[in-house]
Design a protein around this ligand. Structure first.
Ligand code: CTP
Length: 424
């Protein structure tokens, strides 16, 4: 378990997990909360235990789990002290995922299992992340329970649009764990929303992060794009804000909520991203180009939708986009400048070539031919090349964790930092 970043306060969260497919993400939530210095005790419902084992939750949280085994061993729901103890221990109750059934029980004040009984007993703030099929989510009876919870002060996070367990797409997917953790921290008033907080290793620094793909228009409805999900760049922005930096996130077209405490500028094309950087980069201390900027754009964007001409093929004439990272050497000469190199072969020589050609301080290289890391994946594994030192290998880990490690590395290059050999 990595240490919590400096400046992150402590808190105690009782995590209620109810029985939907998103219950497995409860394990991930425990890790993310603990990374922020928060102690977590889990209360899975009976149905949730079919999706995530109490042992997993116990190992990850390092705390007792109020699972069915524990309850029967230690007195069960009849052992009335347990729900009192849990409700008094926690600073915040987070229920994620909250199924339609659990939502209704929380809203109506039923007390027919440990989670609902404890929730009824609990006096502090409540964060709820619903997850269900969107046909259920859209039902007025569900909406009424959500509104009742909200009117009593509960924070409702999500759901979001995306792939559902049924294989369909729709609104009903649980919000990303990072979003839920942000809501928990905000509600606990931990300094995760303090983007300009002087606390933290990046306090007082300005960080610009680019993320996502760029779309280059062919005509009003078509474009050239790529598969970048923006996950790495958004994780970097979130982690930089957590460490006290003032963060500007220049985001290409991705369907992703901006992290708390981050100023977001939406762009579509490489030329728009260049304009946003011209505004924001000159005053930055650190610029991380995690965006997958398109190298080429159509020479002309048709005014109207192109029609089939009858010919077998279509030739699109392309022109090169500016290299934004290379341009930053002129636009932001004093900033630490970082690029990403997504490669499918000869990682090291490609990364070293880009480091030099783009006058960057660091190139973070990853192998996008592997399906378990890189584009769209939750995890990433990278090799980081700097100007002098031997490459730094960062083992496979979540993009959020990786973002934290990378920022620690880059922070060492910034004026005023005390990293070995680089302080000024
Ligand atoms: N980049 C950029 N502007 C471009 C293309 C890339 O700023 N027009 C940045 C990316 O954001 C990334 C780094 O340069 O941080 C490397 O991107 P990559 O696509 O790997 O490099 P390219 O120079 O496009 O080389 P390749 O021929 O391998 O695509």
């Amino acid at each position: 378990m990595p240490d919590a970043p400096a400046g992150v306060a402590q808190g105690k969260v009782l995590l209620g997990i109810s029985g939907g497919i998103a219950a497995y993400k409860g394990a991930y939530l425990v890790r993310r909360l603990r990374e922020r210095g928060i102690a977590v005790r889990c209360a899975p419902t009976l149905a949730a235990e079919s999706f995530v084992s109490p042992l997993t939750l116990e190992v990850l949280s390092g705390e007792r789990v109020y699972g069915q085994n524990y309850l029967s061993r230690d007195g069960g729901v009849d052992g009335a002290e347990l729900h009192v103890e849990a409700a008094r221990w926690a600073d915040l109750l987070c229920v994620a995922p909250a199924t339609a059934n659990t939502l209704a029980r929380l809203s109506l004040g039923l007390a027919d299992d440990f989670l609902s009984t404890t929730a009824l007993m609990f006096e502090g703030p409540v964060v709820v992340a619903p997850a269900m099929h969107d046909a259920m989510w859209c039902k007025p009876q569900v909406g009424a329970q959500v509104e009742a919870l909200r009117s009593r002060g509960a924070e409702i996070v999500g759901p979001v649009e995306g792939a559902l367990a049924s294989g369909e797409r729709g609104w009903g997917r649980m919000a990303e764990p990072e979003e839920i953790v942000d809501a928990v921290c905000r509600t606990l008033a931990l300094p995760d929303d303090g983007a300009t907080s002087p606390v933290g290793p990046l306090g007082g620094k300005r960080v610009v992060v680019t993320a996502g793909p760029t779309f280059e228009a062919i005509d009003p409805v078509r474009f050239l794009g790529n598969r970048s999900s923006g996950r790495m760049g958004f994780a970097l922005a979130r982690q930089a804000a957590l460490r006290g930096a003032e963060v500007i996130l220049v985001a290409g077209p991705v369907n992703r909520a901006a992290p708390d405490g981050v100023q977001r500028i939406d762009v579509v094309s490489a030329v728009e991203m260049e304009a946003a950087l011209a505004e924001t980069a000159p005053s930055a201390d650190l610029i991380v180009m995690a965006a997958a900027v398109a190298d080429y754009r159509p020479l002309r964007c048709a005014d109207r939708k192109l029609k089939k001409s009858g010919a077998d093929g279509l030739v699109l004439e392309l022109e090169q986009n500016p290299d934004l990272l290379a341009g930053l050497a002129t636009v932001a000469p004093r900033a630490v400048r970082v690029g990403f190199a997504a490669e499918t072969e000869r990682l090291e020589s490609a990364a070293r070539g880009k480091l030099k050609a783009k006058q960057a301080h660091w190139i973070v290289a990853n192998d996008v031919s592997r399906p378990d890391i890189g584009f769209e994946a939750v995890d990433n594994e990278v090799v980081v090349f700097g100007r002098n030192d031997a490459p730094v290998r960062l083992a496979k880990q979540s993009k959020d964790e990786l973002a934290g490690r990378l920022l620690e590395l880059f922070a060492g290059d910034m004026p005023g930092e005390d990293a070995a050999g680089e302080s000024s």
